[in-house]
Design a protein around this ligand. Structure first.
Ligand code: IDC
Length: 417
């Protein structure tokens, strides 16, 4: 055999050898991986229940767990001193999870508020402002519904979510008219109204927002007109929500043609007594005379309760320095004021917007950490309605779909202007 042919044959043989070696290594790795997966299955690491996802162990490595393992870990983390045992079957797991997660709703609410709203859990009155459990000053900013009998469709989870996420609102007010058409004390459908209030409270709670239950007296100028109904209503509400940390009670929207000392204060003491029988700590807002403008009446004549605030309402095109001075005077005298309703048009809820007055109000409120709420969440053809009349969406509004008042308040609630 010639020498050149011999060298060529050796080269071919060497190449074939290298290819065989590589193929052998690849097949070996594949067999090893297959064997590991097989053994893992036999060990039941993945069961017929499947996996619920991954959790991170204390060491930081992500590990796949079965339902039972996730549940056991969840119990250990959340159930305090309760014994962490995996349940026998999936149905029981889900049932127990559901009921226990209901118990931890308040915990979740607290965490959400901690994370996104600079407020945590129960609020209390501290001097002239609201404070959270850690003693941080909290300014609530948000939106009121229109009458629940008239625009119940805006009480929906996604609407509140839009207010929370797009407006940065941390409070929603539920306006329950008493005397107007369809009102709670004028032949309205109480079952439906109660359900709308309950829905509103649940949506706000799920979303980590505060919620004001507003007994919206208006043409019934004297709160004592429906005092018995008010006591019954707030007894029920405070019994139902005594375990909630985010519910605030507003017990008379806008008294007028009455007297603070002789009419409103005794009414408030009776209703507050009914609430306190169930809930010692909830914040309570009391309306003041002259459509909730006379907060200065309260100076030297407060209600004897640590967690009461006094309502001031303004409509910026009508109410200017004269009412702003009442707010300043009240604050200077240590009275905690909550602007639980406001708009930037005139007092009819309609007419033109006064942006100068609106901005002056906003500066005054922000400078003093006064909480404020905008009237109202609907698309009615009136200036104060926050949504344009030609927009029928019930949530997820773009800035263009808001009215002029809506756009101004969106900025104000977000902390702008
Ligand atoms: C107005 C609504 C209007 C409704 C009317 C009923 O904007 O659509 O027809 O009530 O009487 C308040 C009240 C509030 C008023 C609002 C504007 O608290 O109920 O809403 N306003 O008039 N105080 C001052 C102004």
């Amino acid at each position: 055999m010639p020498a050149e042919l011999c060298a060529c044959g050796r080269e071919i043989i060497m190449k074939k050898g290298i290819i065989c070696l590589i193929a052998g290594i690849v097949i070996g790795i594949a067999l090893a991986v297959g064997a590991m997966l097989f053994i893992r299955n036999i060990n039941g690491r993945k069961t017929d229940k499947g996996t619920m996802g991954t959790m991170t162990r204390g060491t930081g490595d992500a590990v796949e767990y079965t339902d039972a393992e996730v549940y056991a870990a969840w119990r250990t983390q959340n159930a305090g001193d309760r014994h962490a045992t995996a349940p026998d079957n999936k149905a029981e797991t889900q049932g127990t999870l559901a009921s226990e997660s209901a118990q931890s709703t308040q915990q979740i609410l607290k965490q959400q508020q901690n994370g996104s709203k600079n407020a945590s859990g129960r609020l209390h009155v501290s001097g002239t402002v609201l404070s959270d459990e850690s003693g941080n000053t909290v300014q609530l900013r948000g939106v009121s519904t229109h009458g629940l009998a008239w625009f119940p469709e805006y009480v929906n989870r996604e609407a509140f979510r839009t207010l929370r996420d797009d407006w940065n609102a941390n409070v929603v007010r539920l306006a329950l008219y008493t005397e107007e058409y369809g009102g709670y004390c004028s032949g309205g459908d109480r079952t439906k109204l109660n359900q709308t209030v309950a829905d509103g409270v649940e949506y706000a709670t799920e979303l980590g927002m505060y919620v004001i239950i507003d007994w919206h007296i208006l043409s019934d100028n004297n709160p004592n007109s429906h005092k018995a109904d008010a006591i019954e209503f707030f007894s029920e509400m405070s019994a139902r929500y005594s375990g909630y940390t985010n519910v605030i009670y507003e017990i008379c929207n806008e008294p007028h043609y009455v007297n603070w000392n002789n009419d409103i204060k005794p009414y408030a003491q009776a209703v507050i007594g009914a609430i306190r029988a169930n809930d010692k700590n909830a914040v309570i807002i009391v309306g003041t005379n002259t459509w909730s403008q006379d907060v200065d009446d309260v100076i030297g004549n407060r209600i004897d309760d640590d967690n009461v605030m006094y309502a001031l309402h303004f409509y910026a095109a009508t109410h200017k320095d004269y009412i702003r001075d009442k707010l300043k005077k009240a604050i200077d005298n240590g009275i905690p004021v909550f602007v639980s309703e406001s708009s930037i048009c005139d007092a009819s809820g309609n007419g033109g917007i006064d942006y100068d007055s609106a901005n002056t109000w906003l500066r005054l409120m922000n400078d003093n950490n006064v909480s404020f709420v905008a009237w109202s969440l609907c698309n009615k053809n009136e200036t104060s309605a926050l949504i344009r009349p030609d927009c029928s969406k019930k949530s997820g509004w773009t800035a263009e779909e808001l009215s002029d008042a809506g756009r101004w308040y969106r900025e104000a609630v977000r902390g702008g202007h």
